[in-house]
Design a protein around this ligand. Structure first.
Ligand code: OGA
Ligand code: NI
Length: 358
């Protein structure tokens, strides 16, 4: 199957060669046009990708009572563990998927964990032999790719390659998920309409591995298009914070996953490469062509989570695109720490857990 979304070979990205500028140019083009692109030539070993898929299949094949031994309610503030079918609500409705929430592995003695920082801590690794080591190796490899892709994004904006690393991602927030979209039909009376309902991602860059079943769909000005599986590739898409930083030049495009009717379970593996939890998200100064730049003379708009009011020279008179957004949020009015933005979102998709762990 082919896709309208570009496939970019990023093999030249690590090198200071003329090829690097061309990769960056293509990334920039994709971020402006779709906010979505495939990457190949990424350097993540195909054996690691295959191993992750095989071991995850083994995990999801366990019966539900067994999987619930590692349920999210036991993950505490680290926000880790298993959630069953219908347990996550995107856009306010249950998704027809189950999943295991993971992230950067931090020991209990880590200062941020001791301080009770949300979404930081230990993983709840299921007892599937090899899964722990594979997940850790996979997260490390894809995080390296994330750093490299963000260098490409920076170059595509005519910024120094370390622009994002210097401000946001020296110590990125890494969240990772194993998802299973089961072939099992939605039961009579269930509210589920999508594998994942329409949403945009919250952070900088999502790097998604999907198996060969398909079902991911991307919203374009001309309607929804498929992002079909391309063997050996990752699907990358930019999140709300990159939209915010670029003043809407790079859009965090809504996407969704159809209910799986293929007769086979569909697995997917999104890794979210996001700003450090404590970093304050700022607009990139002086970007040419950004549609949501400061608009002098426009009335002030209400702020999203209050942050500390440190708005600086950026003010809050930004053009509001919230009416067009899936969540009606005005990301361009957001000031504060990335963690505040994230927690506000996460609390909405797991309402039952919110009171328990945050
Ligand atoms: C997500 C997402 C798509 C998929 O987790 O944010 O959009 O194919 N996932 O699982
Ligand atoms: Ni998403």
């Amino acid at each position: 199957m082919t896709s309208a979304l570009p496939v970019i070979d990023v093999g030249d990205l690590p090198n200071a060669t003329p090829g690097r500028a061309e990769v960056a140019r293509r990334i920039g083009e994709a971020c402006r046009a779709h906010g979505f692109f495939y990457v190949i030539g990424h350097g993540v070993p195909s054996e690691l990708m295959a191993q992750l898929e095989a071991l995850s299949r083994r995990f999801f094949a366990l019966d539900e009572a067994t999987k619930l031994q590692w349920r999210m309610a036991l993950g505490g503030r680290a926000w880790r563990g298993y959630f069953p079918l219908g347990g996550e609500l995107t856009s306010g409705r249950p998704d027809w998927k189950e999943g295991l929430y993971l992230g950067a592995e931090l020991p209990d003695e880590h200062p941020l964990v001791r301080a009770g920082t949300p979404v930081h801590g230990r993983n709840l690794f299921p007892e599937v032999p090899g899964l722990r080591d594979t997940v850790l190796a996979y997260m490390a490899a894809v995080t390296r790719l994330g750093h490299r892709l963000m260098e490409g994004v920076a170059l595509s904006l005519a910024l120094p390659p370390d622009y994002f690393a210097a401000r946001y991602t020296a110590d990125p927030l890494i969240l990772f998920r194993l998802f299973n979209y089961p072939s099992r039909p939605v039961p009579e009376g269930s509210d589920a309409q999508w594998g994942v309902g329409e949403h945009s991602d919250y952070g900088l860059l999502t790097i998604l591995l999907q198996d060969d079943v398909g079902g991911l769909q991307v919203k374009t000005p001309d309607g929804w298009i498929e992002a079909p599986p391309i063997p050996g590739s990752f699907v990358c898409n930019i999140g709300d914070m990159l939209d915010r930083m670029t003043g809407g030049l790079y859009r965090s495009t809504p996407h969704r996953v159809a209910i799986n009717r293929s007769g086979r379970d569909r697995l997917s593996f999104p890794l979210f490469f996001d700003p450090n939890f404590f970093s304050r998200v700022q607009r990139v100064e002086g970007l040419a062509g950004a549609p949501f730049g400061p608009a002098p003379g426009r009335p002030k708009r209400p702020e999203l989570p209050s942050g500390d009011g440190a708005e600086g020279a950026q003010g809050s008179s930004f053009i509001d695109d919230s009416a067009e957004r899936w969540d009606r949020a005005n990301v361009h009015a957001f000031h504060g720490r990335y963690g505040d933005y994230l927690l506000d979102k996460v609390g909405k998709v797991f309402p039952a857990l919110r009171g328990q762990v945050l």
